[in-house]
Each structure stands twice: as C-alpha cells, then as structure tokens.
Design a protein around this ligand. Structure first.
Ligand code: SF4
Length: 252
C-alpha cells in the first residue's frame, strides 16, 4: 500500500537515501529522513546567521558569554554601546569591572558576567597575545566560557563545524527523537554523528531557529513546520508540512 504521507508532500521527492549518509542505531529516523530534514532547513534558510551582534572574534566571545540565560535581543541592546567603547581585550580591561557592569546592567546575572568579561580579557592578554584562540580546549579554560560558548565562537568566528547545544537544540533532539540524550554533550555527540556532512556547518543555526520560532517549548507550531510529515514527536499536531519556501532574511 502506498504511504499516504508521500501523497501530500510534493517537496520530498528526493527521499531516496543519499549515498553518503548511513543509518545510526538508536536514532528514530532513517538516514534518508534525516537528510530530508536538513535539506528542507537548507532551502528555508539558505544562509542562517547567529543573532548576536559583534565586530570581531573578541566581541563575539563576550557577547556569547553575556547571552547565558538571556535573550540575544537583550544582549544586543546592551553590547551596541559596550562594543563601541571597548572592542579589544585591552580596552575592556582598561574600562574595569564597574564600568562594564554599567553597560550590561539590563542583562541577567550581570555582576558575575562583568567579572568574567574582565577576567577573560586579562587572560587573553596574558596568555594568548590578545587573540581569541581557535581551539576548544583553550577556549574552555577562559573564565565564563563553557563548551557551548566555545562551539558558538568556533563556528561563527572561525568557520568550524560545531554543534552548540542550547536549550532549543536540546529540546528538539529529545522531543523529536532525532538525537536523544540526557546531557547537552550526549545530544551534541549524536547530532555530530547523524547530520549529513554537507549540512553540518549550518545545522546548529537551523535547529536553534527552528526551536526558537517553530518547535517552541510550550506549544510547537506544527502547522508552520516544514518537517511535520517526517517528525516523530509525540506532541506534534499536524502531519502536513508547511510550504517549503525560502524565508525573507528578516523573518527567522
Ligand atoms: S511537527 Fe511540531 S513537534 Fe515536530 S518538529 Fe515540527 S513543530 Fe516540532
């Protein structure tokens, strides 16, 4: 009998298994389904971008440190003025903790974050010649920098394919059964294994934006979802995928 899902979906004509992807034991999706999920994300958002404003690797690092438990919009509001005043470790250190605190007071946990920004500026000057190291093992030694922050910086500043698992990616990995895991590290490891290599660089942005705007925590917007026919989440409310069209740049 013909699969009814195939009838309603003219956009999955390419569901033939690509030669380069393989099935991974323990994942609820076939290699062909995973390939199709990311193929659709790539059409919807051909050039996904992070939303944190920055002018160089150092300000990106600071912005990501400030974004823990805060929204990108809130961080951008504070950093526009901060980065105009200080866009290098030297200028940030010269500014001092109290002044940095004045700029970022609207961001949650600002006292501790101001302390970390000064400490990491000092560490960059003392140990790395004021240059942000393009290396995860070195990045995580800096104050306030964890694995997720390091992955964001490696991807956005240095073009490395990483999977920075935030709350959205963690939720999607588990909700969809795409990369189930008890910790962000487990979800990261599984995603790094299953995402087809040609889609790996943009994958974390696609997943973050999908989680932020469509597959939301409280109520996923399944009628607006381009992978609704493939998704195996228990919560899903639609089997019909949304039209697969590139989104305008300002609409994530
Ligand atoms: S169908 Fe619904 S639950 Fe599944 S990925 Fe889309 S929004 Fe999330």
């Amino acid at each position: 009998m013909e699969n009814p899902k195939r009838k309603i979906d003219p956009i999955d004509a390419s569901l033939a298994k690509p030669a380069k992807v393989r099935n991974v034991p323990g994942i609820r999706y076939t290699a062909a389904e995973i390939y199709e999920i990311f193929r659709r994300f790539s059409i919807q958002r051909p050039e996904p971008k992070g939303e944190l404003e920055h002018v160089n690797p150092f300000t990106l690092l600071v912005a990501v440190v400030l974004s823990a438990q805060a929204t990108d919009v809130g961080v951008n509001k504070a950093t526009r003025a901060l980065f105009k005043a200080a866009d290098t470790p030297e200028k940030m250190l010269a500014m001092g903790e109290a002044k940095v605190g004045d700029y970022i007071r609207t961001i949650g946990l600002w006292r501790n974050k101001a302390k970390n920004v000064i400490a990491l500026s000092e560490a960059l000057i003392d140990q790395y010649g004021s240059v942000v190291p393009p290396d995860r093992d070195e990045l995580v030694k800096l104050p306030g920098v964890g694995r997720k922050t390091a992955n964001v910086v490696l991807s956005m500043a240095f073009g490395q394919s990483t999977m920075a698992v935030d709350t959205h990616i963690f939720r999607i990995g588990n909700r969809l059964g795409l990369a189930p895991g008890k910790t962000p590290e487990e979800v990261e490891a599984r995603l790094m294994k299953i995402v087809p290599s040609e889609y790996l660089y943009h994958a974390h942005h696609w997943l973050i934006l999908h989680g932020r705007y469509i597959c939301k925590a409280r109520k996923p917007d399944c009628p607006a979802c381009v992978i609704a026919d493939i998704c195996k989440a228990a919560e899903k409310t639609s089997e019909i995928p949304a039209p697969l069209v590139p989104l305008p740049p300002q609409v994530f």
